[in-house]
Design a binder for this molecule. Structure first.
Ligand SMILES: Nc1ncnc2c1ncn2[C@@H]1O[C@H](COP(=O)(O)OP(=O)(O)OP(=O)(O)O)[C@@H](O)[C@H]1O
Ligand SMILES: [Mg+2]
Length: 474
């Protein structure tokens, strides 16, 4: 740092000016780097500005500008300066964005310094956390990355209420990165519900299910529109709990459906579904592979039946005048809890069965919608070894709970948002197409599921004891 007493010394003044220029240039390129690295740059807008810049350059607006400013004599003519002049015009949108960011960051930093100071985040040496960058995840969720500035994660957590009330926000989580010396503050203007009860399943129309609650609305989906689902996340994220309420909802609301439940980690608490008609549970890889192998003939049969009835797909097949719910194929749900167990089957003697099962799953993912067959796959490990890429590519609905690392999150969502989720069970990202929504999934307790499913079990017991459609295959 330069001494202020030496103000009048021209050499010191010159050095100060150089220092300012260097700080400015470094700051400028740092903004561009952060913009590219964290996807902050509005490429479309910057692109449009840059195209205008290019047009201006082609129309010699640059030359006119130099003349207008009486700088015609220094108009660049040497190759290097010509190139520099062109680069300024050709990428003008991006330069303008970086300049705007620098200004905006100064303004935000001033505001944040006030907030952090009032929240007690001044270090013993008087330092305050400084803004590194700000990122918008979706229209409701944002992140601030600030320097830790001599504080601790615990100190930030203790300052939560102060920051929240000062900024009028709700903080989801603080994430420390010791290597970088930063803290990510994930927040929103709206609170995220911590617990979403699956209140009244009967209020949902047939084939619809509750995905969860965002900060602003309740998200429902229709299995006819989003026919297959991938549910991914690290252990304890809420995959099996989601499946439990999903299966219960469809059992109660989606009449004329049947279920193949492949519960390879006993996460579904399959005894819940025992005794319910049209539910078959498979609890080991061998029996699951066998059942899926048999299914390879079922899919073409279903598609043939639909074709012979001159229908386009299963929905029009069910809506046709002569539809007989008793004899016609039923809507089928194939639910696999922990697909990696199936895909990573190491039993060498069962390799061919496992391969056949994978082929069937891939076929169902590709053609199942038209046949009224839905594939719901949950996995902790979404990598290409643990989950067939062809299957994954054909699952249009994705529910991603917190992920262990960026690679897993990218494999599921195409970005790192899965790792940025706060560590609350049930907190996930719902992705259909390009749209991603952060939400809290509904929770159906074991006891609530037992009482909701009891009538189904009773009616099956009353109907015919001898004829047992439900089977549990060990
Ligand atoms: N939506 C939710 N709301 C509140 N709590 C939840 C929710 N989902 C799950 N939980 C809690 O988290 C615990 C773990 O959930 P769950 O067993 O579904 O995780 P998982 O992702 O299946 O884990 P694993 O991969 O180890 O099987 C549950 O027992 C429950 O207490
Ligand atoms: Mg589980």
């Amino acid at each position: 740092m330069l001494n202020t007493d030496d103000k009048k010394d021209p050499r010191i003044e010159f050095a100060k000016s150089i220092e300012k220029v260097v700080i400015f240039v470094v700051g400028f390129f740092k903004e561009l780097y952060l913009g590219v690295r964290h996807g902050l740059i509005p490429w479309g807008l910057c692109g449009i500005f840059s195209i205008l810049g290019n047009i201006g350059y082609a129309a010699h607006v640059d030359r006119s500008l130099f003349r207008l400013l009486h700088l015609g004599k220094i108009y660049p003519t040497k190759p290097l300066w010509v190139l520099l002049n062109w680069a300024i015009w050709a990428f003008s949108g991006f330069w303008a964005w970086a300049l705007f960011q620098m200004g905006f960051k100064q303004y935000r930093t001033r505001e944040l310094h006030r907030v952090f100071s009032e929240a007690g985040l001044k270090s013993s040496t008087g330092r305050l956390p400084t803004l590194v960058f700000e990122k918008t995840f979706d229209e409701l969720t944002q992140m601030l990355r600030v320097t830790i500035a001599g504080n601790t994660l615990e100190k930030f957590k203790a300052a939560r209420a102060g920051i929240e009330s000062n900024m009028g926000i709700f903080i989801d989580d603080f994430r420390e990165n010791r290597k970088r010396g930063t803290i990510d503050i994930i927040f929103s203007k709206n609170p995220m519900p911590r617990n979403v009860e699956l209140a009244n399943v009967a209020l949902l129309p047939p084939c619809k299910f509750l995905v969860g609650e965002t900060r602003a609305s309740i998200i429902k989906a229709d299995i006819r529109r989003v026919p297959h689902l991938l549910i991914a996340g690290q252990t304890g994220g809420g995959k099996s709990s989601f499946l439990r309420q999903f299966i219960t909802t469809h059992l109660l609301n989606c009449k004329n459906s049947q279920f193949i439940l492949i519960d390879l980690k006993e996460g579904l608490e399959s005894h819940l579904f025992e005794g319910i008609p049209d539910v078959a549970v498979y609890e080991n890889v061998e029996s699951a592979c066998k059942r899926l192998g048999e299914y390879s003939g079922e899919l073409p049969r279903r598609l043939n039946a639909i074709k012979e009835a001159n229908c386009l797909d299963f929905d029009s097949f069910c809506a046709r005048p002569g539809h007989d719910p008793e004899t016609d194929p039923k809507r089928e749900f194939i639910v696999v809890d922990e697909a990696a167990e199936l895909f990573l089957s190491s039993d060498r003697t069962k390799v061919s069965e496992a391969q056949q099962a994978r082929r069937v799953l891939s076929d169902i993912a590709r053609r199942g919608r038209a046949a009224g067959v839905h594939l719901i796959i949950s996995t902790q490990r979404p990598d290409s070894r643990s989950l067939d890429p062809q299957v994954k590519a054909n699952l249009p609905g994705v529910l991603c709970f917190q992920m262990a690392n960026d690679a897993s999150s990218i494999a599921v969502l195409g970005n790192g948002r899965g790792t940025e989720l706060p560590p609350y069970p049930g907190r996930g990202i719902w992705k259909v197409g390009a749209e991603m929504l952060e939400l809290q999934t509904p929770f159906l307790s074991h006891d609530a599921a037992v009482s909701l499913l009891a009538p189904l079990k009773k009616s099956s017991q009353q109907s015919d004891q001898a004829d047992q459609p439900e089977q549990k295959v060990q």
